[in-house]
Write a protein of this length. Structure first.
Length: 520
């Protein structure tokens, strides 16, 4: 009973609570993942807005530089003087078609100014490799150069001492190249100045390739170990820089889980309450059923003593009674025997329900036991004009419990006497089938309705038809008979036939020296 209660508790309480907890965790994980995706999307939008501001400034610089180079044309003097008139221009240069640097000319050191020498020093890595501007994608900071033929203007980025530097160049009709070195600090100042202060929920940073923070907007200063919520690389000519967005501390905790917790806790409490209520109700019913079985068991035991005395006094009364008195005593004895069988069945059922039904199968002659049981019933059935025939073809001993077989056969013959009064004969056959012995009990009475065949072995079940009207019984006979058959390693089944009822008891033949079979 305790194991059944544990299984019921697991099925009605523990498993539903575990399932609810698992579903709640899945819902929470999905909500957290969706929240993180939304936060990253919002952070990326913030970064894209700032990147677009930088792109607009760079495009404006490109347009002005392009117009200035077109206005200068081939005027070398105007090219040299461009840096003095434009704050964003640090130095100007001219590269001939052959790739030779014309302005400033490194081959004429006597004509170089201090600014020219500084320019040549800063750009030495460009001219020493013979790099032809426009023949490649110009970015020495990435270490990669991809073919990009036919370019007429663009940016060239390289590193020198304090950080990245930029050249803006344009190819002329004569295949020469003119351009400017951009004033680094003025360029950065203009880029940062183009970013207007904005009220954002986190912090946006513009970070260089070596991790230097060039610009920061936001309401707090993130620690160095806090990962960025979103990262966006800048466009040319600042492709080696990145935008990074950090979420504010009060927004990194994720969505509020209290509503989920309360909801699933409520459902879990409901399941737990219902499950515990059912478990307690089941336990109470089991306890009451056990008490009823114990009560019936005690009452049945108490009834055995007066029944024994009644049968004793019936035997004594026969000695002094006449013919009429003996006929009356026969009725008393029959009813006493009937009541004794009912008590025996109830006691057997109680032992079966308590798992204490203990039989002791032994090797023996099944035909002799069947014959002894039939002789007890033959007079009673003869009064109702029902003949009993026995056909025994069994030639070897079987393994069975004699008292249990007598009780099984008695219950089946009792049903014939009660429910098959219109029958004329009962045929009993004993035969061997492979490693089993079969005992067939068949009558030619009204039989069992087809729809009742599946329930005849249920405890307390009695068919509701005209055959059972006015017939006493507990509905335990066949249920107990099947339990007794199983307890000695056998089986009891009903066979559907055209007329009458037919039951088959199957028991093991004696094949080993062991004479005991564990009780079911």
């Amino acid at each position: 009973m305790r194991s059944r209660l544990v299984i019921l508790l697991l099925a009605l309480v523990v498993l539903p609570l575990g399932l609810i907890g698992w579903l709640g965790r899945l819902f929470w994980q999905r909500e957290s993942a969706d929240w993180q995706l939304r936060q990253k999307a919002l952070a990326m939008q913030e970064l894209q807005v700032r990147q677009q501001s930088l792109n607009d400034v760079i495009h404006s610089m490109e347009v002005r530089s392009h117009d200035l180079l077109n206005s200068i044309g081939s005027d070398q003097a105007a090219l040299r003087n461009a840096s003095s008139k434009q704050p964003l221009i640090r130095a100007a240069f001219l590269v001939e078609k052959s790739g030779k640097l014309k302005i400033p000319d490194p081959g004429r050191p006597d004509l170089l100014s201090d600014d020219d020498r500084g320019f040549l020093q800063r750009t030495d890595s460009i001219w020493s490799r013979g790099t032809l501007l426009g023949a490649q994608r110009q970015d020495e900071t990435s270490g990669q150069c991809n073919a990009q033929a036919g370019t007429t203007h663009g940016w060239h980025t390289w590193y020198h001492q304090d950080g990245p530097h930029w050249l803006y160049w344009q190819r002329n009709l004569d295949e020469s190249i003119t351009g400017f070195e951009i004033e680094r600090m003025a360029f950065l100042s203009r880029l940062v100045g183009s970013l207007k202060p904005a009220d954002i929920s986190g912090t946006a940073r513009l970070v260089s390739a070596d991790g230097e923070i060039l610009m920061q907007q936001g309401s707090f200063h993130p620690e160095s170990d806090i990962p960025a919520l979103a990262t966006l690389p800048c466009a040319v000519p600042m492709q080696h820089w990145h935008w990074k967005f950090f979420a504010a501390p009060d927004s990194v905790q994720g969505p509020d889980g209290r509503s989920y917790l309360l909801g699933f806790s409520g459902i879990g409490a409901l399941f737990a309450s219902v499950g515990l209520l059912l478990c307690f109700s089941y336990q109470r019913e089991l306890r009451e059923a056990s008490q009823r079985v114990s009560f019936v068991n005690q009452v049945s035991h108490e009834l055995k003593t007066p029944l024994t005395n009644i049968r004793l006094y019936v035997d004594l009364a026969r000695e002094s009674a006449g013919v009429e008195g003996n006929s009356l005593l026969d009725v008393v004895e029959e009813e006493t025997s009937r009541l004794s069988r009912m008590i025996h069945n109830v006691l057997t059922f109680a032992r079966h329900e308590k798992k204490t039904l203990d039989l002791h199968p032994m090797a023996g002659d099944l035909g002799a036991v069947v014959g002894r049981a039939v002789e007890i019933w033959r007079p009673l059935l003869a009064r109702k004009n029902i003949a009993i025939t026995i056909e025994n073809t069994l030639k070897q001993p079987a393994c069975f419990d004699a008292d249990a077989v007598e009780q099984i056969l008695g219950n089946m013959l009792s049903n014939v006497e009660k429910y098959a009064a219109s029958a004329t004969q009962v045929e009993i056959k004993i035969c061997a089938q492979q490693d089993r012995v079969e005992l067939w009990v068949q009558d030619d009475g009204p039989g069992i309705p087809k729809q009742e065949l599946l329930h005849v072995f249920d405890a307390f079940y009695r068919s509701r038809n005209d055959l059972t009207e006015g017939v006493s019984g507990t509905g335990l006979g066949l249920s107990i008979a099947r339990a007794l058959a199983a307890a000695q390693g056998g089986s009891l089944d009903v066979v559907e036939i055209e007329r009458g009822a037919c039951f088959v008891l199957s028991l093991p033949l004696l094949e080993t020296t062991s004479n005991a079979i564990p009780a079911a």
